[in-house]
Design a protein around this ligand. Sequence first.
Ligand code: ADP
Length: 332
Amino acid sequence: MIQIQNLYKAYNGIAILDNINLNIQRSEIFGIVGQSGAGKSTLLRCINGLESFDKGKIIVNSTDISALSEKDLLSFRRKIGMIFQNFALLNRRTVIDNVMLPMECWHYPKEARRKKAQELLEIVGLADKTMALPHELSGGQKQRVAIARALTLEPDILLCDEATSALDPAITKSILDLLADVNRQMGITIVIVTHDMSVVKGVCNRMAIVTGKQIAAVGEVSETFLAEPSSLLELIGKKEVVAPASHRILRLSLRDTSIDQAFLNDFVSKLKLEFTIIAANVEQFYGKSCGHLYLSIAVENIERARAYCLNKGMDCTVLVPGGRPGGKDDVL
Ligand code: ADP
């Protein structure tokens, strides 16, 4: 659906994005995360042609956007909706007038505009606010208006630039639920730029981490969190799990499962292995729960323990001292 190939973009000769390669599939909800200034918004604006780029290609729905004329670019953008952190509503226009705006620009007949806007306001839960002015709405309601407006031209893709960053956690959750409904019911591909990991965990199928002008990791969200690439740990500032010098940590990845008691008992009785559980976590992702169990095991036994877990079909990694996975495992 969206193919980004060897993208290079510089401002005033300084590279912002370098050698970006990314494929976003039809009807998925894709998260782009990274620290502030990493180039996420620039990448998003390149996708809808709001921003030009210096090298590479972006192909959206089989259209090579760098080959489009100004006029064709305008029609291309009709099929891409966008929402922003600051909602970008016109303060003097009522809710319904704000929603009708894109259809006005494209000269839709008046009655058709009103009918479509009313339908969309119903979908976003604001049927009773059609005549309100933006300043009479909460932040979450304003973002719902912006979502309705972004959907008026029936886009194939909805781009969200930090769309929930100004909202509190409960309202963020309700907006993410709305985006998930829009994705399910209308099949719209959604690309979400955010610095907030709870957003990607809450709604995205796959994610990419942008750091150092490049894509450092890309993969399914739960798998990325389970693999803990160093780019992710830098972003979330995860505390290191520490074992005594005589021990190593065996990290077991849990996918929608728990470890049964028999598995741990066998460590002691069959392998004659002593271990200490030093940490465990389970996190909720869009549709599943996954986590890690960290066992501290004496250095001389660690390889035997690892082999046993692998033999039992467990996903496990021996962490190097300091608690991070050995090696660079950034691209999943
Ligand atoms: P993010 O969305 O990850 O916070 P941005 O894409 O907004 O990052 O910005 C990436 C970098 O590009 C930043 O260093 C920013 O200062 C710079 N930048 C963004 N827009 C412009 C511009 N119009 N002119 C010059 N530099 C820009």
